[in-house]
Design a protein around this ligand. Structure first.
Ligand SMILES: Cc1ncc(COP(=O)(O)O)c(C=O)c1O
Length: 384
């Protein structure tokens, strides 16, 4: 708790006194989620480099890196700079670097000592090499592999991976750090056992590619994998050196629906107030719309009725029966169902978002709670 907070934060604020919509972080749950993953990574013999895009707060990242080496993952340069200013000195920027940003990335690497970049295209490798050579420095670089998510990363079935490995390994201004992947397709799983299948496929593919690269005579110091569903499901990461889960500290309605967590683990929620009730139509409106919850469609492959988030009770976050959040516009959320009979203008509830990372990004502060008492405020960084 900062000195500023001790001086300025009103004494003993209860959640019922907060202006809505607002973001709540349950610190007991956050800490226990962080500890469980940190201990699991130790047990599996891998380093934990949490992805801090979920909350974008230095205070939160310090809790997550406890028990580990202090490395983190970010997805923006603004994030990297803010966490560097907060004392983090080993950061992986886990998005293929835009050639125009390499100069700024090089500055940050020179400042903190370990700013790892990601590439999946020969043009980017050449651009990294050019910038590094012009400054007389060596930049650490990972090769991204697409293990099935069909986002960024080299297709493992093509020969591009080998070409890139050669370029990276032969460069005098690049320190080839190894292979990195993110199993985004684990979010298509419908259960923990399906996520387990994805996790095994991710691990086996990455260790097989690493073996091929080593056969070329190239060292692969790191094999970095990670997503919350896969890491919650798997118990053997032989051959892997590092994991980068992010969402697991907050979790959300999506993770609960696919079996990554229990509802009782969800540490992030949005507090909202009922502003309009139409009892005869079983409809009520809350003041949390898309700008508080995001428009994430949620786990509709598991539950076609999931809506845009899960309405839960104010005090203990239990699901509210007979209520569905069926629509969002900018500042309105539409609830339907027999549960609306119990609602009145001014009633307060919480919503567990479908995707806590996107919902958290809607807010400029999180109210940090133990129980229903607010005792701190975290300020996420903004921008790219
Ligand atoms: C490259 C990369 N690594 C790690 C993660 C963390 O995954 P999760 O939020 O499922 O834990 C993400 C999330 O998008 C990612 O894009």
């Amino acid at each position: 708790v900062s000195l500023w907070f001790i001086q300025c934060y009103p004494f003993r604020v209860l959640i019922d006194e907060l202006a809505t919509p607002c973001a709540l972080v349950d610190l007991d749950r956050f800490e226990s989620n962080a500890k469980r993953m940190a201990e699991k990574a130790l047990r599996l013999g891998v380093r934990l480099r949490p992805h801090v895009k979920t909350h974008k707060c230095v205070e939160a990242a310090r809790i997550q890196t406890d028990l580990h080496f202090g490395g983190i993952t970010v997805s923006t340069l603004a994030g990297a700079r803010a966490f560097a200013a907060g004392g983090f000195s080993d950061i992986t920027y886990a998005v293929p670097i835009a050639p125009q940003k390499i100069g700024d990335a090089a500055d940050l690497h020179t400042e903190i000592g370990h700013f790892n970049l990601l590439v999946d295209h020969p043009d980017t490798v050449r651009a990294v090499e050019e910038v590094a050579a012009s400054r007389g420095i060596i930049l650490p670089v990972f090769l991204e592999i697409d293990c099935g998510g069909k986002r960024s990363g080299v297709d493992p079935a093509s020969d591009v991976a080998q070409i890139l490995v050669r370029l990276l390994a032969d460069s005098e201004n690049i320190d080839f750090r190894g292979l990195l992947t993110h199993a985004g397709h684990a979010y298509r799983a419908r259960s923990r056992s399906e996520a387990y299948e994805v996790a095994c496929q991710e691990r086996n593919l990455m260790t097989a590619i690493a073996a091929e690269v080593r056969d070329l005579g190239v060292e692969v110091p790191e094999i970095s994998v990670g997503s919350t569903p896969t890491l919650r499901a798997i118990d053997d990461l032989t051959g892997i050196t590092e994991v980068r889960p992010g969402n697991y500290v907050f979790f959300d309605a999506f993770q609960a629906a696919i079996g990554s967590c229990d509802l009782d683990d969800v540490a992030f929620s949005v507090l909202t107030t009922v502003i309009s009730v139409h009892t005869e139509q079983e409809r009520a409106i809350v003041d949390a719309g898309a700008l508080a919850l995001s428009m994430d469609p949620g786990p509709s492959h598991v539950d076609a009725e999931c809506g845009f988030g899960l309405p839960v009770t104010l005090e203990d976050q239990h699901p509210l029966p007979g209520l569905r959040l069926v629509g969002l516009t900018q500042e309105h959320g539409t609830l339907t169902g027999p549960g609306t009979q119990a609602l009145h203008p001014g009633t307060r509830i919480r919503i567990l978002p479908n995707h806590s990372c996107l919902s958290a990004a809607c807010f400029d502060r999180y109210h940090v709670l133990r129980g229903t008492e607010v005792f701190d405020e975290w300020h996420p960084l903004k921008g790219w």
